[in-house]
Design a protein around this ligand. Structure first.
Ligand SMILES: N[C@@H](CCC(=O)N[C@@H](CS)C(=O)NCC(=O)O)C(=O)O
Length: 215
């Protein structure tokens, strides 16, 4: 089997890179990664050289390059059907995919107001009603899923949908945006998952500063 390679952005800041990296790592997919930093005012030409979209993440396998995080996860799930990338139950899988799509296309107010910055010392951020509405919908998804599955993750075991929400967990933690015990317990489970701690440990070694993502 040709090697699987995942190009990612700065681990401290790149929320989109974090998602497939965690999903693949947590499922036990064997891959190598390479960080291409994006702290260049005009965009790093090294990203443009490997990325069809000019963004990271990009997955490379056997001459194929895929430049969208959800498509990367779907490709890995097809390439390694025995790995638990998605929940095993078809109904759970459908909901997990729908929440990933909702994440990929929505929650813009939260994403704009609260950039992922793993080294940010937890500090309360005042947020507007649009951000509060995003938080409320995310908690509705999390609480409903955990009530059904029994936790600790949205569909029991960690899967791609938890990876998709991991940057939100990081944002909630950095900016002290939530206090519901069910939300906090889920955040703790995600933050203690070995894939999350491995990513965060790599991020902690980085020294790049991206001013646009620093509040
Ligand atoms: N829809 C894309 C979004 C990817 C994206 O926006 N990546 C950001 C980093 S998190 C990026 O590469 N930005 C390029 C740059 O800042 O130069 C996906 O799901 O992968």
């Amino acid at each position: 089997m040709p090697a699987v390679k995942l190009y990612v952005g700065n681990k401290n800041y790149s929320s989109w890179s974090m998602r497939p990296w965690l999903a693949l790592k947590a499922a036990g997919v064997d891959f190598e990664d390479e960080v291409i930093p994006f702290d260049f005012p005009a965009g790093n030409p090294a990203i443009k050289a490997i990325s069809p979209t000019g963004t990271v993440p990009v997955l490379e396998h056997d001459g194929l390059r895929i430049g969208e995080s959800l498509a990367i996860i779907e490709y890995a799930a097809e390439l390694f059907p025995d790995k638990p990338v998605w929940p095993r139950d078809a109904r759970d899988r459908a909901l997990a995919r729908s929440y990933c799509s909702e994440m990929a296309t929505g929650f813009r107010a939260l994403r704009n107001a609260a950039p992922m910055n793993l080294r940010y010392p937890p500090t309360k951020l005042a947020v507007d009603d649009d951000v509060k509405a995003n938080i409320s919908r995310i908690e509705q998804i999390w609480h409903g899923s955990i009530e059904n599955s029994g936790g600790p993750f949205l569909f029991g075991a960690f899967s791609a949908v938890d990876a998709f929400f991991a940057p939100v967990v990081a944002r909630f933690a950095s900016y002290l945006l939530v206090d519901h015990p069910v939300t906090l317990a889920y955040m703790e489970a995600v933050q203690n998952h070995p894939a999350f701690t491995a990513w965060a440990a790599d991020a902690a070694k980085e020294t790049w500063i991206v001013p646009e993502d620093e509040l």
